[in-house]
Design a protein around this ligand. Structure first.
Ligand code: NA7
Length: 540
């Protein structure tokens, strides 16, 4: 079968849920996935140290209470193998693999005669009236165009496409380029194996220790008992988790009390530190308080003051760029076999067959690891570049930055849904609950249209412009746009338009917007039957 009611691209958290939801509604579904199995980003990102920076009890599906109660996370922040095992378990439990074609690399999608025709790299096409792109925010790998990059004679690995068989780095001289979350997680483990590790840093990032630990049996029991309440609080919370901020603004809190609050968050660990105080990401004075606290910790851990200074970010308020979460990152630079090269002082001239040549030296390497990130948020979609009626192309609609309705739909491209797309909270929220909310909303719309005999749904251009404007204004109320080198802004990709892409208004607020559109008979959308506009539907 190559025809269905719904096509879903991707078998990560969002794609698996989309397939499950569509099948449960009685629709025929074909899932397409480039990898040989389920997992999405957790299939590919299997580098040493890969771990989620959100607690796993939150970063897991909520749609099925029996699943929730039966799965046990072994530790607070699960490592990649456990998350992949969870997704494989979900695929088995709901019998989702039989709807998927694996190893299918989608390269094009065209809407014609009321159907999306999706073409794969092997020439096969698949068709359905509705297309859900669950292609992920962090899946289009960034392969930097550094001079001589193809000349390197040793082994080359990307953290975002790590080999299934872990390479043995013992006794090797390893060069690692990139110090975002992936590089920062991998560095301590690679330094523990390699004979020598040189880390090439273009921009320093803030990283907060992850106080990971196994859950005790009592804690696991308590988690099970409290799950419904935990999910109730998360449902309309600002990031889709039960955690909030301190009850007072940083600028209204006495210095001693402030430091105590910061220590508490530091010890809780991870991304939560970016939200210690309610004003931390909107008021530079409040941000400075948290930033200076974190910088003091770097200086405490790193013995050499010059290296500590190099490891201290210079181009963004703390949390304005994705904060990282580590296990022993800064302390790695106290080791004799680990070295930091600050590319802002000593830029790369070229990669040579022997290693990396900078303006100051040549670093001989047997292995190069690229932890250079992704063409985030838009890359996986623009690489497919869906084309709508009249030849409207996604890349053209987004030429000046992503224009979306609720981060889910694009004017000119009917029946296309961008799960976790730009213009939705996505990477600023708990991605799993976020996927559930969006997929539920999309499926409700698809089922409503089918029930009413309407064949095409599309946002009005003015409604999409209004949403996009709202997304921009939400970002302007925060410090996010001040991060010069952030992938949230597309700044890591040469030539990419600098626009803050996620919706910074909060997960709960976003959800209320989605609820309101649905309850107002899909205000902002045009629903048609074979190009004949129909009045807004009356919901049953
Ligand atoms: P990131 O956070 O985008 O990090 C990529 C790193 O690679 C970052 O330090 C980049 O520097 C660096 N980079 C990219 N291109 C180059 C070139 N050409 N030369 C030198 N350095 C380069 O990706 P990650 O995979 O670490 O993490 C992505 C998200 O996954 C993470 O935030 C979590 O949400 C999970 P830059 O900062 O652009 O100067």
């Amino acid at each position: 079968m190559t025809d269905a009611d719904v096509l879903v691209i991707g078998a990560g958290f969002a794609g698996l849920y989309a397939v499950h939801r569509a099948v449960s509604a009685g629709l025929s579904v074909i899932g397409l996935e480039a990898a040989p199995d389920v997992g999405g980003t957790w299939y590919w990102n299997r580098y040493p140290g890969a771990r989620c920076d959100v607690e796993s009890v939150d970063y897991s599906y909520s749609f099925d209470e029996a699943l929730q109660q039966s799965w046990t996370w072994s530790e607070r922040f699960a490592a990649q193998p456990e998350i992949l095992a969870y997704l494989r378990h979900v695929a088995d439990r709901f019998d989702l693999r039989r709807h998927y074609r694996f190893g299918v690399d989608v390269i094009a999608a065209d809407f014609d005669a009321g159907r999306w025709h999706v073409r794969a790299a092997d020439g096969q096409t698949y068709a359905a009236p509705f297309l859900l792109c669950a292609t992920g925010c962090l899946s289009a790998v960034n392969r930097p165009d550094i001079s001589g990059v193809d000349d390197f004679a040793g082994d080359v690995y990307f953290t975002a496409a790590w080999p299934r068989e872990d390479p043995d780095l013992h006794g090797k001289r390893v060069g690692l380029i990139g110090t975002g979350s992936s590089g920062i997680q991998a560095v301590p483990l690679i330094a523990g194996q390699a004979e020598r590790l040189v880390v090439f840093q273009r921009s320093a990032n803030y990283s907060i220790p992850m106080p990971n630990r196994p859950w005790s049996a009592e804690e696991q029991q308590q988690i099970r008992e409290e799950y419904p309440e935990r999910r109730r609080i998360s449902a309309y919370a600002s990031a889709g988790t039960p955690h909030g901020t301190y009850h007072k603004k940083a600028v209204d809190t006495e210095p001693q009390e402030r430091v105590e609050a910061l220590w508490r968050r530091w010890r809780e660990g991870g991304v939560l530190f970016a939200k210690t105080f309610p004003d931390q990401n909107s008021d530079l004075a409040a941000n400075d308080i948290a930033r200076e606290f974190a910088e003091e910790r770097i200086r405490e851990i790193v013995h050499d003051p010059v290296i500590a200074t190099d490891l201290t970010p210079v181009d963004h308020p703390i949390g304005a760029k994705r904060i990282c979460t580590d296990t022993g990152y800064y302390a790695t630079f106290n080791r004799d076999n680990a070295r930091l090269v600050n590319l802002r002082r000593e830029p790369i001239d070229a990669i040579t067959p022997e290693g990396v040549r900078t303006s100051d030296a040549t670093y001989l390497c047997d292995v190069l690891v690229f932890a250079t990130g992704f063409d985030a948020l838009t890359g996986a979609l623009t690489r497919i570049d869906p084309s709508g009626p009249g030849g409207v192309r996604l890349r053209d609609v987004w030429a000046e930055g992503p224009v979306t309705f609720l981060g889910l739909m694009v004017p000119g491209l009917p029946n296309l849904f961008t799960i976790s797309g730009p213009g939705s909270p996505s990477v600023l929220a708990n991605m799993v609950l976020h996927a559930e909310v969006q997929v539920d909303w999309v499926m409700e719309l698809v089922l409503t249209a089918r029930r009413l005999g309407l064949t095409e749904v599309e946002p009005r251009r003015d409604a999409a412009d209004a949403w996009t404007d709202h997304v921009t204004k939400a970002a302007e109320r925060t410090l996010f746009p001040k991060a010069a080198s952030s992938w949230y802004l597309g700044a890591n990709i040469e030539g990419k338009k600098r626009i803050f892409m996620p919706y910074a208004g909060g997960f709960g607020t976003y959800r209320r917007h989605c609820d309101a559109v649905a309850s107002q008979n899909y205000a902002g959308l045009v629903l048609t039957t074979r190009n004949t506009p129909q009045p807004s539907p009356t919901r049953e």
